[in-house]
Write a protein that binds this ligand. Structure first.
Ligand code: GZL
Length: 320
């Protein structure tokens, strides 16, 4: 296996160095988590577009939210002798063994949009946002805009054990520190989906005096926020007014909600993690120089002051 991969990499390397490579010789296996949210769907669309642009042969695998399916896919990519692997890891732990197999086969692995708890020599780099910062920006907006009255917050967390759920919770709590009138009174996973977000928000509303005791909803992604907005309306309350709504991703639907006065703030996460990943892979295959272990993507706060319908129009065709 090692000899075969060495020959394949040498061929690609030589071809890249002498310019005769069409990157079509590059075969990349992509283990995607699933399609749990609009943002995830956009990331898949953009990754396929970026591969197409570069003539890369992308082997795509949808894990349907299951880590065991991602591990199976990675083993299959190793068996196929791909040149590189992209992995969007559903949770932070449980990757060491399969990543050791990829390392043994000398196949570089790049993490997309989430990080893992593993020795960092088991992956080439991680292309992600600063997820603690995202949570902090969301919390700072709320502290600044909810006034100085008591503000009881309900939180819809992302997938349990995933790096964004852990980091976005941490960042939000950092922003609330020292502001004793702000308190998270209920917090539960909505698994980054609209349906689960609605279901959990319904239980929060019932548990908090029909929602009258809730000042704000913080959702770790817009899909859960949109589900929560539906539940708030069905409870006879006004999302965006009776209950402030803050979330992360900046998918088109949250801008429609913002334009309708039903959402208050979102922190943008680019779905284009693959562009920087392909660029760093090209450079690595050419000069074998180790890139930095983290390539950070930008985060940007959007509120109704940012012409939400204009942003909606600009984003809606991007594969969400
Ligand atoms: C965060 C990413 C999250 C998105 C969700 O980097 O992993 O996963 O915020 C998606 O929409 O489910």
């Amino acid at each position: 296996m090692k000899l075969k991969n060495a020959l394949l990499s040498a061929t690609v390397l030589a071809a890249c160095m002498f310019g005769s490579a069409s990157a079509a010789e590059l075969v990349v296996g992509f283990s995607q988590i699933g399609s749990e949210s609009g943002w995830r769907a956009a990331e898949t669309t953009v990754t396929k577009q970026e591969a197409e642009k570069r003539g890369v042969d992308l082997k795509f695998s949808d894990a349907q939210q299951k880590q065991e399916n991602q591990i199976k896919a990675l083993r299959s990519f190793v068996a196929q002798g791909v040149n590189a692997i992209f992995l969007a890891p559903v949770v932070e732990t449980g990757w060491d063994d399969v990543l050791k197999e990829a390392k043994e086969a000398e196949i570089p692995v790049i993490l997309l949009d989430r990080t893992i708890k593993a020795p960092d020599d088991l992956y080439l780099t991680a292309v992600t946002s600063d997820q603690v910062h995202e949570g902090k920006v969301a919390g700072e907006w709320l502290v600044k805009n909810a006034g100085d009255k008591k503000c009881n917050i309900v939180e819809l967390q992302g997938t349990t054990g995933s790096s964004p759920a852990i980091a976005r919770k941490k960042g939000f709590e950092v922003a609330l520190a020292g502001h004793d009138n702000f308190k998270i009174v209920r917090s539960q996973t909505g698994d980054f989906t609209r349906a689960k977000g609605k279901e959990v928000m319904e239980s929060f509303l019932k548990a908090e005096n029909g929602g009258k005791d809730i000042c704000a909803l913080y959702a770790h992604n817009d899909d859960m926020a949109v589900g929560g907005i539906q539940a708030i309306k069905e409870a006879g309350l006004k999302p965006g007014k009776d209950i402030l709504v803050v979330s992360i991703d900046a998918v088109p639907d949250i801008f429609q909600a913002m334009a309708a006065g039903e959402a208050n703030a979102t922190v943008e996460l680019t779905p284009n993690m693959a562009g920087p990943a392909f660029d760093v892979l090209d450079a690595y295959l050419t000069d074998k120089k180790e890139p930095p272990k983290w390539i950070q993507t930008e985060s940007k706060l959007y509120t109704p002051a940012d012409d939400p319908m204009k942003v909606y129009e600009a984003k809606k065709g991007l594969g969400y």
